[in-house]
Design a protein around this ligand. Structure first.
Ligand code: SF4
Ligand code: F3S
Ligand code: FES
Length: 249
């Protein structure tokens, strides 16, 4: 074993719908390099020790959002957590909470995407298009820049206690994606979106727990975005321009 190699004990929550009820924990021992990501560790276990482990991943670089899981009790993308940053040599890996488990670390994302689709996450504008593009100032573009960074990984929504309750809360990811268009000066669908989010399962179910902001791998200010949407509902005013500092940032 090389000097800087760490011997990890990896506990994975396993669930095979044809065999396991309830889910069971399985433990593996593996050597890992400090610069390996948790995703590397998991894939090495799968390739070297148990090929039946179910996980989802694609880009391995924090872009596709497909490998969200609970790592030591906190939601994260497995491809963004380095072994050198793990506090202990024992690691627990579980599927994200609040969505049905399909197998091991794979969950059914359909309820999550149903909430996303419900908020009309696309530009609405029936006005005749100009001969060039629909122009926007730097301040108008900066206004919703943070919420454009979402990769729909579900780390936020599945770390939110009100969502765990019954899965009906539209959830922070859907609100962030509604925010992205509500504050876009080119969009004309804000009133309809706000109406949808004013529902009993909309923004008012947020209890400002902040788990969503802590979990977001894109460092989006999720709770702040939710607060901004609530403020629009209370005041009826949509501020479509970012501050000068935000434009410069
Ligand atoms: Fe993932 Fe962040 Fe988007 Fe939530 S807001 S889905 S945590 S990228
Ligand atoms: Fe949930 Fe985030 Fe609100 S964790 S309660 S959506 S601040
Ligand atoms: Fe794509 Fe991790 S595998 S974000």
């Amino acid at each position: 074993m090389a000097d800087d190699t760490r011997r990890l004990t990896v506990k994975i929550k396993r669930y095979d719908p044809e065999k396991d009820a309830p889910p069971r924990w399985e433990q593996f021992t593996i050597d890992a390099h400090p610069m390996d990501r948790v995703l590397d560790v998991l894939q090495n276990i799968k390739w070297q020790q148990d090929e039946t482990i179910g996980l989802r991943r694609s880009c391995a670089h924090g872009v596709c959002g497909s490998d969200a899981m609970r790592i030591n009790g906190h939601n994260a993308l497995a491809c963004k957590i380095l072994v050198k940053n793990l506090k202990a040599d024992t690691v627990t890996l579980e599927p994200i909470l609040g969505l049905p488990v399909v197998k091991d670390l794979i969950v059914d994302m359909k309820p999550f995407f149903d909430h996303y689709k419900a908020v009309m996450p696309y530009l609405v504008n029936d006005e005749p298009p100009p001969t060039t593009e629909r122009l926007q100032s730097p301040a108008e573009r900066a206004r919703f820049d943070d919420s454009t960074k979402c990769i729909l990984c579900a780390c936020c929504t599945t770390s939110c206690p009100p969502f765990w309750g019954d899965g009906k809360y539209v959830g922070p990811a859907a609100i962030v994606n509604a925010h992205r268009f509500i504050f876009d000066s080119r969009d004309r669908g804000a009133a309809e979106r706000l109406d949808i989010l004013n529902d009993a399962e909309g923004v008012w179910r947020c209890r400002t727990v902040f788990n969503c902001t802590s979990a977001c791998p894109r460092d989006i200010k999720v709770t702040e975005a939710i607060q901004e949407v609530k403020r629009v509902m209370l005041t009826g005013h949509i501020d479509l321009e970012a501050s000068a500092e935000a434009v410069e940032a």
